[in-house]
Design a protein around this ligand. Structure first.
Ligand code: NDP
Length: 292
């Protein structure tokens, strides 16, 4: 078994971006600028946003963190988004999800200028992705593709099973793995909570990509010997041996399946850091598009 070390690969990508930013600077070109909006003070969301902003600093980007109170109205948030759309200094921005219940997430995502939508959630970007046109790919699936690429994982003609069909991970992942490109050209099956006999379908996968948010659900019997396993899930579970009282668990029972797979992502240190790296890559693409 070999680890698909997302942490290591993400560091390489960050180093590459740092060098590209230095070149831009030396040519007097604009440094990429990523903004992030967070509404409310959900602990996990705050941690994710903070690490995105910190990563911008690491690679020499400008960054702006906009923290809004949980009582922020939908109209106020839309106003903020309108400002970011107009602000030439900001090349790309993200609205950290989930939003408080009183705000319509769909309306908010629709309001983001798709040219600054570095999360790749706007329907314009989703449609372009489906058609293979230039777009911002959603950060998590894009990070997984990059990880597969950097480890030279063969995907053409492989049987790929994606567990989960969310708009931000499972659905785009399925589309991208079946596109006529590398990584891609796989025969894809997407399964979800209504699928019958998930165990059998998973156990036939050469490449198994799991994004469900159900810790340790994928067990030994569900994994084909020699498979490539990508675990997107990341859930806090109680662990009294930790000072924090919890640890992070993936959707795959790593201990059980590690021996029988060819490649597997660890949790943490697999898909998570690659997601942030992809966001940085998308922001770099955003600033470069303004050059022309
Ligand atoms: P969602 O809750 O939006 O979607 C979960 C999907 O899993 C749904 O399609 C659901 O099916 C399916 N599902 C749920 N239970 C089962 C089951 N028992 N059997 C089969 N399918 C099931 O989650 P996300 O896609 O947003 O995230 C999934 C996980 O990935 C979470 O742990 C999240 O924290 C993590 N994540 C990690 C990221 C990273 O960077 N590492 C980035 C994004 C997410 P149905 O549609 O039928 O309800």
């Amino acid at each position: 078994m070999q680890l698909l070390d997302g942490l290591l690969v993400s560091k390489t990508i960050k180093q590459e971006l740092t060098e590209k930013v230095a070149i831009r600077k030396s040519l007097g070109k604009k440094v990429p600028h990523l903004a992030a909006i967070i509404v409310g003070n959900d602990g996990a969301s705050m941690t994710y946003v903070a690490s995105k902003v910190k990563s911008c600093e690491e690679v020499g980007y400008d960054s702006t963190l906009i923290q809004l109170p949980s009582e922020t109205t939908e109209a106020e948030l839309l106003q903020k988004i309108h400002h970011l759309n107009q602000d030439d200094a900001v090349d790309g921005y993200i609205v950290q999800l989930p939003l408080p219940k009183h705000i319509n997430e769909h309306k908010v995502l629709m309001a983001v200028d798709y040219r600054k939508d570095v999360d790749g959630f706007h329907p314009e970007n989703v449609g372009r992705m489906a058609l293979g046109l230039p777009c911002f790919l959603p950060a998590t699936p894009a990070g997984i593709l990059e990880l597969l690429k950097r480890y030279n994982i063969e995907t053409e003609g492989k049987n790929c099973v994606v567990v989960g069909r969310s708009h931000i991970v499972g659905m785009p992942m399925g589309l991208l793995m079946q596109r006529n490109d590398y990584p891609g050209n796989a025969t894809v099956t997407v399964v979800h909570s209504k699928t019958k006999d998930i165990e059998k379908i998973c156990s036939q996968a050469d490449i198994l990509i799991v994004a469900i948010g159900k810790p340790l659900m994928i067990t030994k019997e569900m994994v084909k010997p020699g498979a490539v396993v990508v675990d997107v899930g990341i859930t806090r579970i109680e662990d009294s041996t930790k000072n924090s009282g919890f640890r992070l668990a993936g959707d795959v029972d790593f201990q059980q399946v590690a021996d029988q797979v060819s490649f597997i992502t660890p949790v943490p240190g697999g898909v998570g850091p690659m997601t942030i790296a992809s966001l940085l890559v998308n922001t770099f693409i955003a600033v470069e598009r303004k050059d022309v």
